[in-house]
Design a protein around this ligand. Structure first.
Ligand code: CO8
Length: 256
């Protein structure tokens, strides 16, 4: 299978498993990842997902260039839509998705990481959108999601030149949340995912959706936050969280 799925408590780990091609995103790999993520986000016992790449070199070196090389414009459009559907599944689900970037995250691999909620990079990772260097441009959301993280100036520098950022530069630009030693990457990603997974699911999913609309209509976003805050008081987890605080014990969230 081009995607290896493991369960770690309430966390699903999906590992892109095509290391001989640096986990390049072929149609088969996209299908397998979409299947794995569809199952994960539909399963209420899965409270967070981590995506990483197999092998020491790459998270993913991008869309499969062999597949695209002789594509017609209509085929390219279909492949672009195919990738967008996957990125939208990640972004639109209430389940938090973390990218553990264990090496190259280029082109579509970078765009996959951009669609995730949190990015943790291994020292030595290289991240970029080099599509212009092979005669195309980002097609799986990079022109829209990258500027939201790093601002339009840095996004233009990266996309127009195609240059890769080293992990430390990606950290300084706000493209990744943290950089960790390669041998600590999975432990740190799973630890953070586990911490998020232990929080009440509705509150986490709702906060994710609210944050994702930041940058849009500010008044509508602020109004939605007020409504969401009020709705939290309809959940057992609000009472449990506040009772546990005063009883000086860890909360036992029901998850809804
Ligand atoms: N697609 C297919 N195969 C790839 C890809 C890829 N994106 N990247 C690497 N490979 C293959 C290589 O061909 C090679 O195969 P083989 O051993 O059979 O020759 C193998 O993986 C190992 O790669 P290298 O020998 O090149 O390894 P290096 O360590 O020398 O270089 C690099 C590593 C720098 C990562 C280099 O492989 C590279 O530049 N790869 C391509 C990076 C790139 O340009 N990515 C962007 C692709 S375009 C894209 O992602 C568009 C997304 C939107 C699509 C919209 C739909 C139309």
């Amino acid at each position: 299978m081009p995607v290896d799925v493991e369960r770690h408590g309430a966390v699903t780990l999906a590992r892109l498993d095509r290391p001989e091609a640096l986990n390049a995103l072929s149609p088969d790999l996209l299908d397998a990842l979409e299947d794995a993520l569809t199952d994960a986000v539909a399963d209420p016992s899965v409270r967070a997902v981590v995506i990483t790449g197999a092998g020491p070199k790459a998270f993913s070196a991008g869309a499969d260039i062999a597949h695209m090389r002789t594509a017609t414009p209509a085929e390219a459009q279909a492949f672009a839509r195919r990738g967008h559907r996957l990125m939208n599944l990640i972004e639109g689900s209430g389940t938090p998705v973390l990218a553990a970037v264990n090496g190259y995250a280029l082109g579509g691999g970078c765009e996959l990481a951009l669609a995730c909620d949190v990015r943790i990079a291994a020292e030595g990772a290289r991240i970029g959108l080099p599509e212009v260097t092979i005669g195309v441009l980002p097609g799986w959301g990079g022109t829209q999601r990258l500027p939201r993280l790093v601002g339009p100036g840095m996004a233009k520098e990266m996309i127009l030149s195609g240059r890769h950022l080293m992990a430390d530069e990606a950290l300084a630009a706000g493209l990744v949340n943290r950089v960790v030693p390669a041998d600590a990457l999975m432990a740190q990603a799973l630890e953070l995912a586990g911490q998020i997974a232990s929080r009440p699911a509705w509150q986490v999913a709702t906060a994710k959706r609210l944050i994702d609309r930041a940058g849009g209509d500010a008044a509508a976003g602020l109004a939605a936050e007020i409504d969401a805050f009020a709705l939290a008081f309809t959940t057992p987890d609000q009472r449990e969280g506040m009772d546990a605080f005063f009883e000086k014990r860890p909360p036992r969230f029901a998850g809804h």
